[in-house]
Ligand binder design. Structure first.
Ligand code: AMP
Length: 648
């Protein structure tokens, strides 16, 4: 039972619904339905009257990728119901891509529905940039006449993404496929919607559950206890929310440490590791080295889940099992044992191996908590005296980097900026913005110590150091594990897709500027820093320290940086990964490299690298920036490649 009262109905009312033509042989029809929008579902019923109404279907809001006004107009004859209609569409991905065409009965009503559904979907990770404004007729799209059903939409979506900047993949797992629409992988369906007598939506309060422990250090912050519930009092800032615990204590907490109770799904379980890849789950389980140790992760096929299980019999290895669903929507690993939810299935196999290599026993514990955006709410200036400096981690362009502890408890890396190497005032201003960038695959900037000289840049500590050194150090084991190499590239691509979405250009993307943490997590570091470097040799394309080998023609010719110049550099970075840290273009001099690039000569395929992977690199090296794919497209391509060449 929740300790707080939550009421679910956000909006409700009549609309006409066009059938979704899921099967080609069913005729398209239109029906008047009573729609109820909750925070989790858009549900439609055959009758307004709550006592009589029967649910006819529902769309899970986490699966929605598009909410747009439709430009298609259905005639009264087509619809068969008298009146004027104001159409809009809700695109979502369940076991396939579907578009729900809805006809509001008043123009204002259409706007209100669109706004209400968009608000409820504001944090969805799968929001699309393009859509088709008219239906697919079984052979082609009625709008652009494209005959490819999966063709990207022909119309750009409205610019309604939330003002806030959200992490585009972390901590927001997709819930599983609900073929029948009634069984959730995490358990029972949402409670039927509550409604006040006058049909007005009820004021709601947001309740979140802590996914990790959090120790409040600054005054004004509040400690979190894993699995406990908190009421959100203020969520206007993206990364730090004001919450109240069950004892009435109020304070700020990092928003990425909690998940809305209603969207919790499988995240409440120790064994669920979200979108950890096959390769990373194998490393994690091998490291634990315990018979029957297991995790459940999102499969590379969206909406499905995979169980990864470690066994020592006949030799230590990890087995991967797809969790399947039968026609009743029940989950199973072996058809003889079906359960209504994944947790029940796991519980069953904890007691019976039921055909698995071993009974499920334990799952890895003490998994690392994510970095917070800044070390406390609204904090980016860090007090020198609160930092304990420890061993040197390395040194780079700006000076020495040392490991440190903030207030004796939080691991950090401290970059001690050599004086005169950067335009400090401009950077300090920028740092305020940069602390707000947060993504699983970006090294978190915690803040700066700018009151003393040299200034310190304080970031998340990454245990295994630079990716370049990591690749070189582990060449032997990594070169035979193309899956792990591809996984590293996908992680970097996800971080870059996040920056791209914010129009944030890295300018110096390369393996030396990525770092490796625990559980083989790879993150992009030093984004945007190049703008503040004062050294001409680094900033001008003719300079000796300029990263020529990562630069596309338009940067070499006109110093024109863009997300597409980052894409070129990303191709070179992929090449570095698949050669385990070789120097691109070997010993060629910078001038020779420029010559080659201008002539359109590209790096050769790394030894042992899949052709499909090399094809992706080649796309990044298109001569004209507009011919290079975006990181968003690259990410999808790489995920497809990984699915095609590696078993999930
Ligand atoms: P940089 O100045 O960023 O090139 O860093 C120089 C070296 O310090 C890198 O090659 C890493 O080995 C190390 N280093 C930098 N930042 C971190 C970090 N956040 N965590 C761990 N090691 C780091």
């Amino acid at each position: 039972m929740s300790i707080f009262n939550t009421s679910l109905v956000l909006k409700q009312g009549y609309m006409v619904k066009r059938s979704q033509n899921k099967k080609l042989y069913t005729l398209v029809n239109f029906k008047k339905r009573w729609f109820v929008l909750t925070r989790k579902y858009l549900i439609y019923y055959d009758d307004e009257n709550e006592s009589k109404r029967r649910e006819k279907g529902r769309v899970e809001l986490e699966r929605v990728h598009t909410i747009e006004a439709a430009n298609t107009f259905f005639t009264t004859e087509e619809v068969g119901i008298e009146g004027e209609y104001f159409p809009f569409l809700v695109g979502y991905h369940a076991d396939d891509d579907y578009t729900l065409f809805l006809l509001a009965l008043q123009p204002l009503d259409r706007i209100e529905w669109i706004v209400a559904i968009r608000e409820a979907c504001a944090n969805n990770i799968i929001l699309r940039y393009y859509f088709h404004p008219a239906p697919w007729n079984g052979r082609k799209w009625n709008c652009c006449k494209s005959s490819t059903k999966l063709a990207e939409g022909c119309r750009e979506c409205g610019n309604w993404l939330p003002n806030s900047v959200t992490d585009d993949n972390s901590n927001k797992e997709e819930l599983g496929s609900t073929q029948s629409g009634t069984i959730m992988p995490g358990g029972t369906p949402g409670t039927p919607s509550a409604r006040q007598k006058d049909n007005k939506p009820v004021q709601r309060s947001k309740v979140v559950v802590a996914l990790y422990n959090y120790k409040a250090i600054e005054s004004g912050d509040l400690s979190l206890e894993k699995n406990q519930e908190y009421e959100v009092l203020e969520d206007s800032q993206e990364h730090w929310w004001k919450v109240k615990d069950s004892k009435g204590n109020v304070g700020f907490i990092p928003s990425n440490y909690v998940k809305e109770k209603e969207l919790l799904g499988l995240q409440q379980y120790e064994w669920y590791v979200n979108d950890m890849s096959r390769q990373r789950s194998e490393s994690l389980l091998k490291q634990e080295d315990k018979e029957g140790c297991f995790v459940v992760r999102n499969s590379s096929t969206k909406g499905l889940y995979t169980l990864s299980l470690y066994t020592k019999v006949p030799h230590p290895h990890v087995k991967h099992y797809h969790i399947k669903q039968n026609s009743r929507g029940e989950f199973f690993l072996s058809e003889k044992h079906c359960c209504v939810s994944i947790p029940e299935l796991i519980n069953y196999h904890k007691h019976n191996s039921g055909g698995l290599a071993s009974r499920l026993k334990t799952s890895p514990c003490d998994r690392p908590a994510p970095a917070t955006a800044g070390l406390s709410h609204d904090k980016w200036e860090i007090d020198h005296s609160e930092l304990m400096l420890l061993e040197e981690l390395g040194s780079g362009q700006f000076g020495v980097v040392r490991r440190g502890k903030w207030r004796g408890s939080i691991d950090v890396a401290v970059k001690m900026m050599k004086e005169g190497t950067m335009s400090e005032d401009d950077f300090i201003e920028e740092a305020k913005v940069m602390t707000k960038l947060q993504h699983t695959n970006l090294v978190q900037l915690y803040g700066v110590c700018s009151k003393n000289r040299p200034i310190f840049i304080v970031t998340e500590y990454m245990r295994h150091g630079s990716l370049l050194n990591h690749l070189r150090r582990h060449e032997q084991s990594l070169s035979s594990n193309q899956g792990l190499l591809l996984d590293m590239c996908i992680q970097i691509c996800k971080g870059m897709a996040y920056l791209e979405r914010l129009n944030y250009i890295h300018r110096d993307l390369a393996a030396r500027n990525c770092l490796v943490g625990t559980e083989n997590v790879v993150k992009v570091a030093d984004f945007g820093l190049a703008r503040y470097v004062l050294d001409d040799q680094y900033t001008s394309s003719g300079g000796s320290k300029f990263p020529i080998k990562w630069a596309p023609p338009e940067v070499l010719n006109y110093t024109r940086f863009s997300s597409k110049s980052d894409v070129w550099a990303y191709g070179v970075l992929m090449w570095e990964v698949f050669t385990c840290g070789k120097m691109p273009y070997g010993r060629l001099k910078n001038s020779e490299v420029v010559d080659r690039v201008q002539k359109g000569l590209i790096l050769e395929k790394p030894k042992g690298c899949y052709k499909e992977v090399y094809d992706v690199m080649r796309k990044c090296w298109a001569h004209l920036p507009e011919n290079r794919p975006s990181f968003r497209i690259l990410k999808d391509t790489l995920l497809n490649v990984s699915q095609g060449i590696l078993v999930d």
